[in-house]
Design a protein around this ligand. Structure first.
Ligand code: COA
Length: 318
């Protein structure tokens, strides 16, 4: 039996930091409101010369280095991004060209928005389990600052830019124990981002019914925790770490409570990074790995939720 295993993680955050106090000067908001309602204090903003590809390259190279591998070892590249610079070539193909590894499959996932990384992670896991490939590079890379309306206080305070990467390698033991993916298109109007075209040339900005989305996120992610444990006959007490999508501190707290986990066992980057959409889970994972918090052999639940709606989780023995 072949499984996949996390063999390296990496991340990249742009240098520029936008604080809640900066936002106070841009829209009618306060640091107190943002911290109390969301938990966010700072977010990183990409420089002019940066985009989803440049950030993915930084994160990807860091993950390969951590794994002790080179680009030539990669058997598949998956980039989850809702903010690519081009519809095609995909960010993954542009990255493959930078890595100089023409030939291996490379593609983007954008349909699942903030859940994109969980979709990419699950797909890579399936390819490795079947023996089709031995190593996959899965990246979430987002320039959310380019798709938010900086005059809309209800959304612009929430998002940030960055990239996170994971190298999955073949293993005789799990590794990735199980992945669980879901979607429900009936909630398409709760969170969406229209694309520009000839009729309407400018890409629009993220539209969100925050309050409805909040309730849907808590309910769907709660059910997903139950499903992930039940599928593996595990108890809440078997879980060492929760690595959640970083959208709102109150959603994260609800998930920690659902799993009976103290917040010390939940990886939180939201305060310093905001919601980086599909990059948030690998960014959080990499931080906790590099800080020495997550240790080999520990059991992790990763879970993401976003536009579509789409949501997904993974149970991982690190
Ligand atoms: N500063 C100050 N006031 C603000 C504000 C801001 N940045 N943004 C909104 N408000 C106001 C609203 O206008 C509203 O005012 P009103 O009562 O006079 O109409 C009030 O604050 C409450 O707005 P509401 O949207 O009900 O707040 P909320 O408690 O639901 O928090 C979110 C808003 C977006 C933080 C929250 O709904 C959320 O995190 N939703 C889920 C996001 C999510 O899950 N994303 C996952 C996929 S990416």
């Amino acid at each position: 039996m072949t499984y996949s295993k996390i063999v390296g993680t990496g991340s990249y955050l742009p240098e520029k930091v936008l604080t809640n106090f900066d936002l106070e000067k841009m829209v009618e908001t306060t640091n107190e409101w943002i911290v109390e309602r969301t938990g966010i204090r700072n977010r990183h903003i990409a420089a002019e010369h940066e985009d989803a590809v440049t950030m993915a390259e930084e994160a990807g190279r860091a993950a390969l280095k951590a794994a002790g591998l080179t680009p030539a070892d990669i058997g598949m590249i998956i980039v989850a991004s809702t903010t690519p610079s081009m519809v095609f070539p995909s960010t993954a193909c542009l990255l493959q060209e930078r890595f100089g590894i023409a030939g291996c499959p490379a593609f983007d996932l954008n349909a699942s928005a903030c859940a994109g990384f969980m979709y990419g992670f699950s797909i890579a896991d399936q390819f490795i389990r079947t023996g089709a490939i031995k190593t996959a590079l899965v990246i979430g890379s987002e320039v959310m600052s380019r798709v938010v309306d900086w005059k809309d206080r209800s959304t612009c305070v929430l998002f940030g830019d960055g990239a996170g990467a994971v190298v999955l390698g073949a293993s005789k033991e799990p590794g990735v124990v199980s992945t669980h993916l879901h979607a429900d298109g009936t909630h398409k109007d709760v969170l969406y981002l229209p694309l520009g075209n000839k009729k309407s040339p400018n890409i629009e900005s993220v539209k969100m019914l925050g309050n409805q989305l909040f309730k849907l996120a808590v309910n769907s992610l709660g059910d997903l925790c139950d499903e992930t444990l039940a599928a593996n006959n595990l108890q809440k007490s078997d879980i060492d770490w929760l690595i959640p999508h970083q959208a709102n501190m109150r959603i994260i707290q609800a998930m920690a409570k659902k799993l009976d986990l103290p917040l010390e066992r939940v990886v939180i980057t939201l305060d310093e990074q905001g919601n980086t959409s599909s990059a948030s889970i690998p960014l959080a994972l990499d931080k906790a790995v590099r800080d020495g918090q997550i240790k080999r052999g520990q059991m992790l639940i990763m879970e993401g939720f976003g536009g579509g709606l789409a949501w997904g989780s993974a149970l991982v023995k690190y």
